[in-house]
Write a protein of this length. Structure first.
Length: 377
């Protein structure tokens, strides 16, 4: 059966309660995603369908959650579960997706819109506070834009560019999913063709020592320098690879680790400040922490209910981002990357609690090792 006939065939099996062959639904989903295009002057433009669900479902869910306390409880509990489920689904399939980046950016924009439309008109938020919140949002977006750039891709030898392209895990999203640089061969990392002897990333000969063989990347056909790693999602080796972050749809490495930490920090400060201003407005006379759990007038009108629902949504997201930031800071204090910590846990040379660490004791900030982990040397 070809792709055109697989959909009706699968529908007939489903209607007759017969089992589908493994991978049938995935192939149907890939076919549908490939057919979603919009007319344009230079020809039909393919639309990444993973961008659409956050734009449509997030406002719907939040507005429904604002109708009643119980609806809010069910929806705000279900949203993190659904996001985690989709994360594990894409992680298992080793696919890159713009869903999480779209969800994050649209959440920021929509929360800011609700703040300006529902909270500021009540008259309890001053102009200076709005300016401060806006500046925090701009700084966070600027740091995010920098974090989206080249994480430190190792240049691929010119003779291996073609084979490297063929070895990427997901050809359908290879050219567009990263947003700025992606894993294409344009930009500072990929546009420079280097020969086999350049910058120490040479081909491995048969007589190389075991240490060199251990650092050899068969996918990129180069010898990785110390602390570099190969990302299976990007299909590239990255200097001092920390991890592949789905929220920026890119790797975190030597070149963008500082910007990644800054983006998380600005997000935490801006989000907590926005939550505090909103709770002070809709729950007068109570501290933000108490108002978060006890605000009798929150559902007295729909505007207050929507604002209170968005506060709880922001609190859930902030808790998740706070966890990521804490893990990053702890890793820095130990002078390890997230990749090294996971490898230490896999090799039984680290511990699980409070986080996977490959060193017997922390390397404190007083020794300056935290700066060494973020330096580009």
């Amino acid at each position: 059966r070809d792709e055109a006939g697989e959909g009706p065939w699968a529908a007939r099996l489903w209607l007759t309660c017969k089992s589908l062959a493994p991978g049938t639904l995935e192939r149907i989903a890939d076919t549908v995603a490939d057919r979603v295009r919009v007319p344009w002057f230079a020809g039909a433009v393919k639309i990444n369908v993973s961008l659409v669900p956050p734009l449509v479902l997030l406002p719907v869910f939040l507005h429904v959650a604002a109708l009643h306390f119980l609806l809010g409880l069910v929806i705000l509990t279900s949203l993190p579960v659904l996001v985690l489920w989709y994360y594990y689904l894409t992680h298992r399939r080793k696919e890159r997706t713009l869903f999480f980046l779209s969800l994050g950016l649209f959440s920021l924009g929509y929360m800011y819109y609700v703040f300006l439309q529902e909270v500021v008109p009540r008259g309890h938020v001053g102009s200076s506070q709005v300016v401060a919140l806006t500046c925090g949002l701009i700084l966070m977006l600027a740091a995010l834009s920098r974090a989206k750039k080249d994480p430190g891709y190792l240049p691929i030898p010119a003779s291996n560019e073609k084979s490297s392209h063929q070895g990427l895990p997901n050809k359908s999203v290879r050219g567009s999913s990263n947003g700025l640089r992606g894993v294409t061969m344009s930009g500072t990392a990929g546009g420079r063709a280097v020969n086999g002897e350049a910058k120490g990333y040479s081909r491995m000969s048969a007589g190389e020592p075991e240490g060199v063989k251990k650092d050899w990347c068969a996918k990129c056909q180069l010898v990785r320098p110390a602390r570099a790693g190969h990302c299976r999602l990007c299909g590239r080796c990255v200097r001092r690879l920390d991890h592949h972050c789905v929220w920026i749809n890119s790797c975190v490495g030597e070149q963008n680790h500082q910007a990644f930490i800054l983006a998380l920090s600005f997000f935490m400060l801006t989000s907590v400040y926005g939550i505090t201003l909103t709770l002070h407005t809709i729950c007068r006379g109570r501290t933000p922490f108490v108002a978060l759990f006890y605000c009798p007038g929150a559902y007295s009108d729909y505007s207050s209910a929507l604002s209170f629902t968005c506060v709880w949504y922001c609190a859930i997201v902030t808790a998740g981002m706070g966890y990521i930031l804490v893990i990053q800071l702890l890793n820095i204090s130990y002078n390890v990357t997230e990749r090294e910590a996971r490898l230490a846990l896999r090799d039984n040379t680290g511990r699980e609690w409070p986080l996977p660490i490959g060193l017997p004791s922390p390397t404190p900030f007083l020794r300056g090792r935290c700066l060494g982990c973020l330096s580009r040397d």
